[in-house]
Design a protein around this ligand. Sequence first.
Ligand code: GLU
Length: 471
Amino acid sequence: MDSVITRFPPSPTGYLHVGGARTALFNWLYARHTGGRFVLRFEDTDVERSTQQSVEAILDSMAWLGIDWDEGPYYQSERLPVYQEHLRQLLDTEQAYYCTCSPEDIEAMRQEAMARGGKPRYDGRCRERRRPASDDAVIRFKAPLAGTTVVDDKVKGPIAFQNNELDDFIICRSDGMPMYNLAVVVDDITMGINTIIRGDDHVNNTPKQILLYKALGSSLPVFAHVPMVLGSDRARLSKRHGAMSVTEYREMGYLPDAMLNYLVRLGWSHGDQEFFTRQDLIDKFSLENIGKSAGIFDPAKLLALNAEHVRATEARQLVTPLRPFLKTHDVAVDDDQRLREIVETLQSRSKTLVEMAAGALFYFQSPVVYEEKAAAKFLKTTALEPLRHLTARLSELPAFEDDQIEGAFVQTMEATGLKLGKIAQPVRVALSGKTVSPGIFEIIRVLGREETLKRMDQALAFMQNRQSAQE
Ligand code: GLU
């Protein structure tokens, strides 16, 4: 086969939801894996429901996910002459015809067909009538009356459809707007698309599309219909199963690579591997390993996978994504190096960037705000002596590096006869205000000499006040 050309053709009638993002991802990965091309096209012929705002939301989500395209975005609304030309070809070759049956006529035909125990359908009344073009005429495709059309699906295997089950479907509305099946086929032909990966909700459209390819004298693309994503109750995915829009996950502090990893696993596998980097996915993605059963969307699994990606990502790469989350707390950090060090202390304990930003706040809160219970339990007068000792040792250190800091703790342990925990916990509260924080040596190193000593003095003063109040 020539080089692979895939496409993602969203209808811009809302945000990019997780199911759509998975479709985009599969097409993008397949193009990247094979060194092919990926085309983006907006199917915006439904003028009532399509909005510019949705176009922008979809572009924004794709940019965040890092799904880039080689061609487009094309807009169907700008391609009407191309559809007209192909409609003309079908009319001229008598593979399509104008139909002027009224909605009442159609309804009567459907009722009649059902009364006979058949499927509701158009009875082909205008087929041989040779109606001319007119304001109230639609264009119908002259579907074959016998035979079968086989969809040779890469995922599902061959699926046969009886042609007499497909009625003469409408390919152009009376206002001149092409219908989905016509527009999609004309686009896919003219854009050279040779691989179509999409949700299996489109399987029933595929025989109609195959007939159009044939009528237009074009070879067929590869079809791969991917089972839908379902909620944990196996119902079609909806809001009640969790956030559905890709941008909501960005706002909740998820990493795009974790999203990609999670989405791909909702329908594709590679042995029992669960964790994939972006490059891993590009290297390994194939149509052969698309699964036959529905993917079940599980927000808890996505969160756990996000935590793994937060841990595995290089700290410097989290610096820029973290900034907007810090900003919501009015914290702005210009120094990349410092922020990278802060990130390193929090990676193993943050499931999302929202958590990481919250966990980082104490670094910027000076003077420290003590959690009441933490201060009551640990900044007690009994901790005065060890903290004084440690403060003196820390202030003598030539450099604030982990082993030196640890050395200062060892000296204090030896001098006071206390175990590390007995000293570290009050120090943790003194420096962070909390009982849960990154490792104590790390905090001291990242805060640096001046800030650490300032915070130790603040805590000593707090404890002294407490002592005087008790006396
Ligand atoms: N615009 C269609 C949709 O969003 C695309 C269908 C297709 O992939 O052919 O479902």
